[in-house]
Structure formats: C-alpha cells, structure tokens
Design a protein around this ligand. Structure first.
Ligand SMILES: *Cc1c(COP(=O)(O)O)cnc(C)c1O
Length: 354
C-alpha cells in the first residue's frame, strides 16, 4: 500500500460537535461526525469512503445477521496536551483483525490499509477527541458479510467500517467479580481468540445472571473443568500472585489483548517476573486468603485497568486489598497514561501519531 490511499470524502453539512455534551459520555452512545466504509467484492477491497455517521441500507438476508459472519476491534486515540493526536498500537489490532477474519472465513484486510483508514477518519474528526484525563476517542473497526443469501456458506461480499466516538471511563468503581463455573465463553477449537460478534451475544445471559446476583463482572473459566481462569468479561484477567504477574496463556480460548501485551511488556521492563500459564481458581482463592494475591485487574482497551475489589467463588466472597493501595496496577495505569497522553517518552513505539 502506498500512502496515497484513495478515499472519497463527503463531509457533514453541519457538525454535531457544538451540541455534544462532553461532560456526559456514556460508552458507545456518542458518535463523531463521520464514519468510514469500504466494500469487498470480486476478491478486492474497493469504494473507500468517509461519510457522515448515519444509517446504511442493507438486505435483511445478509449472512452477518443470520449466521454471524461479523467481528470487530476496539482501539483508542488520545489527545496530548500540545494538541497532538496518537492512536495506541493500531498495528496490533490490524494483526488481530485478520486473525478474526481468518477464523470466520472472511477476507483479509492489508494491515497498512487498516491503520491508514483509521488514521484518516480520526484526522477528519480530531476535534472530537476529548482532552480530559481518562477520556479518549474510541475507535470501532468492524467487518460483516453482505451477500443477500440464506445459504450457510461464506459470503462473497463484505463491508469494512469504522465508527468513532468520544468516551470517558468505562467502570467507575472497583469490581465485584464472580467466577463462572457453569456457562462457558470459549472452548478449545472454538473462536474465543477471535473478536467475533457471536462471542458477545453468548456472554450476555451469564452476565445478566451475575448482575442479578449483584456482581459487576464474570471471570470465565475453562470449558472442560471450570477450574482455570480464562478472562474477565471482555477484558483479560491479570493477577499479581506472590510478586509474579500471572495471566492465562493467549491460546485459542483467550483473546490476545493489546492491553494484556502492554502490561506484560511494562512488567518485564520493571523486572517483575511474568508467567503466562494456566491459573487455577484454587490458587487465587488461596492467595486471597493468605494475602499473597496483592493485585487483580481486568485489562482491555475499553476498560483500561479495571481493579477487582472481590472475587466470589462457590458462594464465598473473597475481598482483596484496597485498590487505592495497590502499587502494581497503579503504576501500570500512570505509566500507560503518561505514554498515551504524550507526557513521557514512548520508548516502545506504541503511539501511532496522526
Ligand atoms: C477486546 C477484548 C479484550 C481486550 O483486548 P484489548 O486488545 O486489550 O482491548 C480481552 N478479552 C476479550 C474477550 C475482548 O473482547
């Protein structure tokens, strides 16, 4: 791909920016003026277009609706104090985008194209990026099947789109989480490693049941024995156990999170041992009891670093240390924020400048 990407641009007649309440930004409900759209047909990507955000017209027979050929990504862009804008590690999301596409028999999108189209859209709506602490522009790239055909077979046509919108903090307080030992998010051989739309539809009933019991989030366990920790809602579960950062290995039931990878890189920078391995519920419960579980959090782009207040298992609730006193996750959060908002040197080259 060259840098002369040919995108047709139709600007909105009147920006909605002035009438948008930036002091009230519920996650995923506020969209910027423009969106990106492209079509896949005849074996190639075409019709690159940036246009005003709004409804699009589709056949009700598209296989995305009937058979779930649909997946997405989640990325954030940040505004620095000097007005510069950066996108956090979009190259990683580009790779994962294609892993998801592959699992769902959907076409690959060249990585440069993914990054360039996102950057072009963010650039057009850069005024929409909040300058406030804990705020960002959320970027939602997605692809779905558009053949108007009810046969259970991969579609020949697809749309790739990108929506963007300003967001504030996702969780407002430390989370009471429940270890799920009945429902399963992903099984070996399944599609847990893909950001497939269907994975999230399947998670809603167990999440609702947990919410009815008063919990904020679930911790998923392995499908076979329900003994090992997998993920926390739509974030990777990470723990500091006896001074070691432990998290589930990013195999086929685990979404290989960019935040997870970033936290691991920081821990290694700081000389903290990291173990990507099977993490049993039993050792966490033991750690909660004997005080060796000194940190626990969900790591994800939307949630950032979401502290776990308590872990419930088998009708027993284990409270952890006060999140305000946790050195590791606090240091991760400040270090990450300093890099994302351009306050400290980006030694890993994580910021993609727009
Ligand atoms: C998106 C997601 C994550 C977090 O990934 P990031 O790249 O850090 O945003 C973790 N688990 C699941 C199931 C997810 O959908």
């Amino acid at each position: 791909m060259t840098d002369t990407l040919d995108i047709k641009i139709t600007k909105i007649a009147a920006s909605r920016l002035a009438e948008t309440d930036f002091s009230n930004l519920p996650f995923g409900k506020v969209f910027a003026d423009h969106m990106f759209m492209a079509d896949y047909a005849d074996g190639e990507w075409k019709n690159f277009e940036i246009l005003p955000y709004g409804p699009i017209s589709l056949s009700p027979a598209i296989s995305a609706l009937h058979y779930g050929q649909s997946f997405f990504e989640g990325i954030k862009a940040y505004k620095h104090a000097d007005g510069k804008v950066s996108i956090f590690r979009p190259d990683k999301n580009a790779i994962r985008f294609n892993k998801s596409a592959d699992r769902l028999c959907m076409p690959q999108l060249p990585e440069e194209l993914f990054v360039q189209t996102i950057a072009a859209l963010v650039d057009i709506d850069r005024e929409w990026i909040p300058g406030k602490a804990n705020h960002a522009l959320y970027i939602r790239p997605f692809m779905f099947a558009t053949d108007p055909y009810l046969g259970v077979t991969p579609s020949a046509t697809y749309k790739y789109m990108v929506l963007i919108g300003p967001v504030g903090p996702y969780f407002s307080k430390p989370l009471r989480v429940k270890v799920e030992t009945h429902y399963t998010r992903a099984a070996e051989g399944g599609m847990g490693y893909a950001k497939a739309a269907g994975n999230y539809g399947a998670s809603m009933l167990p999440a609702r049941k947990a919410a009815e019991e008063g919990f904020d989030q679930l911790i998923w366990t392995d499908a076979k024995e329900h003994k090992y920790i997998e993920e926390m809602g739509a974030a990777n579960a990470m723990f500091l156990l006896d001074g070691v950062l432990v998290t589930a290995e990013a195999k086929d039931t685990i979404l290989d999170g960019v935040t997870r990878d970033t936290v691991i890189a920081l821990a290694k920078d700081w000389g903290i041992p990291v173990e990507e391995r099977k993490v049993s519920v039993a050792e966490l419960v033991e750690g909660a009891k004997n005080g060796k579980l000194t940190d626990a959090f969900g790591a994800g782009t939307a949630a950032t670093i979401a502290s776990v207040a308590s872990i419930s298992y088998d009708s027993e609730e284990y409270f952890l240390s006060d999140p305000a006193t946790r050195e590791f996750s606090k240091k991760v959060l400040t270090t990450l924020d300093d890099i994302k908002y351009g306050r400290s040197e980006d030694t890993h080259g994580w910021n993609y400048m727009v």
